[in-house]
Ligand binder design. Structure first.
Ligand code: NAD
Ligand code: MG
Length: 392
């Protein structure tokens, strides 16, 4: 029996993970479940999955959950705060950690899992954007197994040859072709983008996801974050990654080899496929995803991305080149700008401007330790908040 901690169990990835786990009750047990402040959601999951631990990042929510768990006569330890998240990410009785918190808030618990040598299933891409170097060094040091859950990176992982940890050239890979759906606004003009609403941004044509990543998909910052994520996961330079618009979201990404071969991973857009892949790796197991029917898909289209209408993608390429603390600043400014857009305090088309201004205000290209990165993240949030306020 494999013990599992799910960080962010009430979110879109967390719920899909529990769905896969429930299909294999003799192989996997959810030992710890966590959420930010969704007491109802976590309480319901506790009733069904009876974990040993439940953690709420928000301490008032933790008190409320503890009260409800006691009243229901359940034997579950309730913990609170980042300390609680770190604790359940490193428990002796768990083997795997699903890192599915959204944003830089997931960094410390994900690092705790790595440092404890757990297999880490990484959905929380912001962790690699903020602290890629540090995180990959920690993985190397602890011998923990890192498996990507992001569908594109999981696809690339499946198409990569053994030994890719040494870099792409020695294993004959020339490029990574990272596919992108283009999001719900792929065909809108610059003018039409000005007045789009959070509801429109969150109605993704192919994927049902949390609100933050849905807006990131709409601005194409999601693809930018994924380019940075791929650089770290696959020991790649940004110029070896080509973003390919592929509106059907059937090819989840491809790997191009020096002999002319291109390997692709295909499937219906359902996150349970990469989740089941990483849980069972190197074996395979059923995920619940509907099998792909190619005759139903009928055609596959490909286009170049347009960085004029979607400048966030270009900003992401720029910060990888600058290096140092710049990706962490980009991430923090993006989190603030997206939250402001979701609260209708910022126009969709002003998101990129807030990020660009924050990057210009904090030219931190040097390298940072963990405390330095956390400090930089906090400073970037303050600068970005000021930019948002100046636009209201
Ligand atoms: P979501 O918003 O649906 O869920 C986020 C989870 O994190 C929830 O359980 C929430 O309670 C918890 N959380 C939020 N803020 C927190 C905080 N400050 N401290 C502790 N916990 C907190 O998000 P999601 O769509 O499931 O995405 C999770 C991560 O996976 C993101 O990094 C996203 O980019 C990545 N991802 C998601 C998908 C997808 O299909 N949803 C695909 C690829 C990658
Ligand atoms: Mg993705």
């Amino acid at each position: 029996m494999i013990g599992l901690t799910i960080l962010g169990s009430t979110g879109s990835i967390g719920v899909s993970t529990l769905d896969v786990v429930a299909r294999h009750p003799n192989q996997y047990r959810a030992v710890a479940l966590t959420a930010n402040s969704d007491v109802d959601g976590l309480f319901r999951q506790c009733q069904v999955f009876l974990p040993a631990y439940a953690v709420m990042a928000d301490s008032d929510s933790a008190l409320e959950l503890e009260h409800r768990i006691k009243a229901a006569g359940l034997k579950i330890d309730v913990l609170a705060g980042v300390g609680g998240l770190e604790q359940v990410a490193a428990l002796d009785q768990i083997d795997y950690v699903m890192a599915a918190i959204v944003g830089a808030a997931g960094l410390l618990p994900a690092l705790a899992a790595v440092e404890a040598g757990k297999r880490i299933l990484l959905a929380n891409k912001e962790v690699l954007v903020v602290s890629g170097q540090l995180f990959m060094e920690a993985v190397e040091r602890s011998g923990s197994v890192l498996l990507p859950i992001d569908s594109e990176h999981n696809a690339v992982f499946q198409c990569m040859p053994p030994g890719f940890e040494r870099g792409l050239e020695p294993v004959g890979v020339s490029r990574i072709l990272l596919t992108a759906s283009g999001g719900p606004f792929r065909q809108l003009s610059r003018d039409e983008l000005i007045d789009v609403t959070p509801e429109q941004a969150c109605a993704h044509p192919n994927w049902d996801m949390g609100r933050k990543i849905s807006v990131d998909s709409a601005t194409m910052m999601n693809k930018g974050l994924e380019v940075i994520e791929a650089c770290w996961l696959f020991h790649t330079r940004p110029e070896q990654i080509q973003v390919v618009l592929h509106p059907q979201s059937v090819i989840h990404s491809m790997v191009q080899y020096v002999d002319g071969s291109v390997l692709a991973q295909l499937g219906n857009p359902d996150m349970r496929t990469p989740i089941a892949h990483a849980l069972a790796w190197p074996q395979r197991m059923a995920s619940g995803a509907v099998p792909l029917d190619l005759f139903d898909v009928a055609r596959l289209d490909f286009e170049l991305p347009d960085t004029d209408r979607f400048p966030c993608l270009a900003l992401a390429y720029r910060v990888i080149e600058s290096g140092g603390g710049m990706p962490a600043i980009l991430n923090a400014a993006n989190e603030i700008a997206v939250a402001a857009f979701l609260q209708r305090k910022l126009k969709f088309t002003d998101i990129a401007g807030v990020i660009e201004d924050t990057l210009s205000a904090l030219p931190e290209t040097g390298s940072f330790d963990l405390q330095g990165l956390l400090g930089l993240d906090a400073r970037a949030r303050i600068v970005a908040e000021q930019k948002v306020a100046s636009l209201v």
